[in-house]
Every structure is written in structure tokens, then in C-alpha cells.
Design a protein around this ligand. Structure first.
Ligand code: GLN
Length: 454
């Protein structure tokens, strides 16, 4: 804990931690020492973690990277962070993120951009998003692991950009209670760690049924670590042909082929598969996620939480609401609210939202069919490129940024587990990730395959 606190002090330039809690960390570390001495050492005992700012942490600022939650200190702890604390973990502080988890570059945060510890020619690169602070902090050794959340790739894409492991569990594996909602039918918390083994240990501590979240599943949490035997002989790994996108860089293609070879060498059987509705996933995601977000964000009204705009004489409740939201939400969040309310509006509901829901069902069915054919896991690249420069994409149009999520959003739409593991460097020396997609509730098996790839 002391080593991490020191490292955080010296790494201000990364802008990864936004609320430091050294006193809390030291108290928790002392309590962990006492538990160790007493011979009661749970899995996460004394492990210093960073917590994404999206998680409500009792008495500690929790702003979801947004101005509108300025000054908000929750009265309660999210179930996932409480589970980690119960397992002996130490909280070092809160981690920067894209505002309300909307973004793929960590450039939409009220706290400013997060910097990737990897560089080329001294140029600052994005760590990816929205869990960019978590990724940067783990990659730079500011903490041993961090929590992330993944609605469309926000754990896996930043993990790939920073050379760490990031895992999104099956929807319902971790409780969403106390995590600021972005798109409730897609959001899942997960571990961001240095290794697959760490991911297995941390996931076991985070997961579990929670009566406070009606979508949390009452399914036993297996011992994920015990599943890491490295033996994947006879496993069937699918390579989806639709993920071979036009214009995919050669090095991504080469990385994918290398991953395929490694799994084959370890005794897995590789087969070509088809997921025919893949090309509709991004448009469906960028209808469904903003629709749910526009509804979830309606609660930020200047009354219940955080920021309230200064009002002029004669302003009524409507002006308070409008001014607060205009000041409190950044441009990307406003864009999502506008898209979301548009696709849900009476005249367009069937054409956009309802159609996107039908596409989602077809995407889910594509996966069900390949799993029914006996496929154990699916191998794809995690991202279409390595980390890009800060400012580079944000200045282009938002749709270019959205294209970053092309390999990850399908997994959220279908509610499946997915993991990104570091898989080498590109020609410029930047990390790249490979993604494995598993069967629902079979994270243990997926982690074991990832372990063989590591
Ligand atoms: N980049 C995607 C978005 O902006 C995914 C974000 C996430 O997973 N939270 O919606």
C-alpha cells in the first residue's frame, strides 16, 4: 500500500487517480495486516486497488467523471466494492474515466484526459476508455488491480491499449447496485489486472448474487483460480469470419493468426464460424445504449445530487433543470441524451429503438447457434488498432470514435463474458490485445483458455 501511495504521488501526469484516499488505504491495510496475523486472510487481503469513479464509495466523492455530480459523496458503498473490501482489499482512491462511461479514449472526463503510460516519441497517447484511469493505473504500477465497467468495451479496449488484462463477466455475474448506471441492460463490472490469474481471483471476490439488483443472477460463483490448469486440449475455438473487417491493419491480422496458432499448439481445435449479424452490432449498440442512458440520466436534475446552476431572478424549476443539465453534462453526454430521446420518441421508436432490439436478439441468436455447435470460445482481436494519440480521434467526427468498439459491443449486446489479454506489440512498439468470448456463465473455462494464451 505504501509503495502504491508513493507511486501515485509521482504519477500525477497520468491523471489516473482523481480522488486519493491515503488515510482510508492505511487503515484498511492495517486491518488487513491484523487479519493476516490472525490467520484469517481472504483472497484479496491487503491488495491495494483503484476503484473506477463510477462506483459509489461510502463517504468518498463519486462523480462518474461528471461535473453534474460535483460534491456527491454517497451514503452507501456499491455491492462490488463492498465485496472487495470484505475480501480484505485496500482502496487507494478513485480512478478517472470518461464522463458517465461514455467514450473510448478517456477524453470526456471533467477531470481532463488520462495519459497512457506507453508512449511513442514522447507523444501522449490515450489509454482507451471509458475505464482509462483504471487501465493506466494498473499498467503504470500505481495499484495491483482496479475495477472497471464495460457497457460496450470499456474494460477490454483500455486493457488492450495499455497491455493489461481486462475482463467483462457474463451479464448478471456482478451486482450493478451502487454503480452509476449508463445503459442498464449492458453494464457489467469486471476486473482489470496484470495477469489472468489475478483476474480470476479478483472476479471471484467481486461476483455473487445480490438481492438489491434484480438482474444479478442467483448462480454459484465457482473457484475461477482453480480452473486455471492451462489444459485446453480438445477445446473448440471459433474464428468468426465477419470480424475480418475491410481495411483491418496487417498487424492486427498477424496478431490474430498468432493467437490462433498458440491455441492450436496448446491442443485446441480451431474452426471457422459465422456470426452473420455482426455488421449491425455497432449501429444497434449506438441506439440502445443512448436510449437507456437518456432515461438513466433523467435523475440529474439539480435537486437530488451534486451540481445546481446559479439561477437568475424569476427562474423557475424548468430553468433550473435546463441550466443545470446544460452546465453539468459535457458535450458527449449531451449528444447521447439527444440521440437517446430521439430514438425513443413516439414517431421514431419503431424505426430505431424497436428495430435495434430486434437486431440485438439476432446477434444473441448468432452466438447461441455457434455455442450449440460445440464452440467453447471465440477468438477475435480486441481492438481495430493500437492506442492512438490524445486529441487525434476526438477532433475527427464522433462516429470514428464509435468504430473503436467494433469487436467489443457484440459481447455486451449478447450478455456474454469476454476478456482481452495482452498479445504482443505492434510495429511501433505499442501493446495489442486479443479477445476471447466465452459461453454464458462459463467464465472459468474462458479464463483457462485466456491463461493458455497469456
Ligand atoms: N465506447 C463505448 C461507448 O462510448 C463503450 C463505453 C463503455 O463500455 N462504458 O458507449
Amino acid at each position: 500500500t505504501e509503495a502504491c501511495l508513493g507511486a501515485i504521488e509521482g504519477a500525477g501526469k497520468l491523471n489516473a487517480f482523481v480522488h486519493h484516499t491515503p488515510e482510508i488505504a492505511r487503515d484498511q491495510a492495517r486491518a488487513a495486516d491484523a487479519r493476516l496475523k490472525a490467520g484469517d486472510a481472504p483472497a484479496m487481503c491487503g491488495i491495494p486497488l483503484g476503484i473506477k469513479d463510477l462506483f459509489c464509495t461510502k463517504g468518498v466523492a463519486s462523480q462518474a467523471g461528471s461535473r453534474i455530480l460535483e460534491g456527491f459523496k454517497p451514503e452507501y458503498e456499491s455491492t462490488v466494492s463492498q465485496n472487495l473490501l470484505d475480501a480484505g482489499a485496500v482502496m487507494l482512491g478513485k480512478l478517472n474515466m470518461d464522463e458517465f462511461a461514455m467514450g473510448s479514449s478517456n477524453e470526456t472526463s471533467v477531470y481532463g484526459d488520462v495519459v497512457n503510460p506507453w508512449k511513442i516519441d514522447e507523444r501522449d497517447l490515450t489509454p482507451g476508455g471509458s475505464s482509462g484511469g483504471s487501465a493506466s493505473a494498473v499498467a503504470a504500477d500505481l495499484c495491483l488491480a482496479a475495477t472497471g465497467t464495460d457497457t460496450g468495451g470499456s474494460i477490454r479496449q483500455p486493457a488492450a491499449f495499455t497491455g493489461i488484462t481486462g475482463m467483462k463477466p457474463t451479464y448478471g455475474r456482478c451486482s450493478r447496485w451502487g454503480i452509476v448506471a449508463f445503459a442498464s441492460s449492458l453494464d457489467q463490472a469486471g476486473p482489470m489486472t496484470k495477469t489472468v490469474r489475478d483476474a480470476a481471483i479478483m472476479l471471484a471476490a467481486m461476483a455473487g448474487h445480490d438481492p438489491k439488483d434484480s438482474t444479478s443472477a442467483d448462480i454459484p460463483v465457482p473457484d475461477f483460480e482453480a480452473a486455471l490448469t492451462g489444459d485446453i486440449r480438445g477445446k473448440v475455438i471459433g474464428i468468426p469470419r465477419e470480424y475480418r473487417m475491410d481495411g483491418m491493419p496487417d498487424e492486427i491480422e498477424a496478431l490474430w493468426a498468432e493467437g490462433r496458432r498458440m491455441l492450436e499448439d496448446a491442443g485446441a481445435r480451431i474452426i471457422d464460424i459465422s456470426l452473420p449479424h455482426t455488421k449491425y452490432a455497432l449501429p444497434a449498440y449506438y441506439v440502445i445504449a443512448p436510449a437507456e442512458a437518456s432515461s438513466n440520466l433523467a435523475r440529474y436534475d439539480g435537486v437530488r445530487y451534486g451540481h445546481r446552476a446559479k439561477l437568475a431572478a424569476g427562474d423557475g424549476i424548468t430553468e433550473m433543470y435546463e441550466k443545470t443539465r446544460a452546465e453539468g453534462f459535457g458535450p458527449e453526454v449531451q449528444r447521447r441524451v439527444m440521440i437517446g430521446t430521439y430514438v425513443l420518441s413516439a414517431g421514431f421508436y419503431d424505426a430505431y429503438y424497436n428495430r435495434a432490439r430486434k437486431v440485438r436478439a439476432l446477434i444473441k441468436r448468432d452466438f447461441d447457434e455457434v455455442f450449440d455447435q460445440g464452440v467453447d470460445a471465440i477468438l477475435t482481436p480486441a481492438t481495430p488498432s493500437a492506442a492512438f494519440g490524445l486529441g487525434e480521434m476526438a477532433e475527427a467526427d464522433p462516429v470514428r470514435m464509435y468504430l473503436n468498439d467494433v469487436f467489443t459491443v457484440t459481447v455486451n449486446l449478447a450478455g456474454l463474458p469476454g476478456i482481452s489479454v495482452p498479445a504482443g506489440l505492434d510495429a511501433k512498439g505499442l501493446p495489442l490485445g486479443l479477445q476471447l468470448i466465452g459461453r454464458p456463465w462459463e467464465e472459468a473455462d474462458m479464463l483457462n483458455t485466456a491463461y493458455a494464451l497469456e
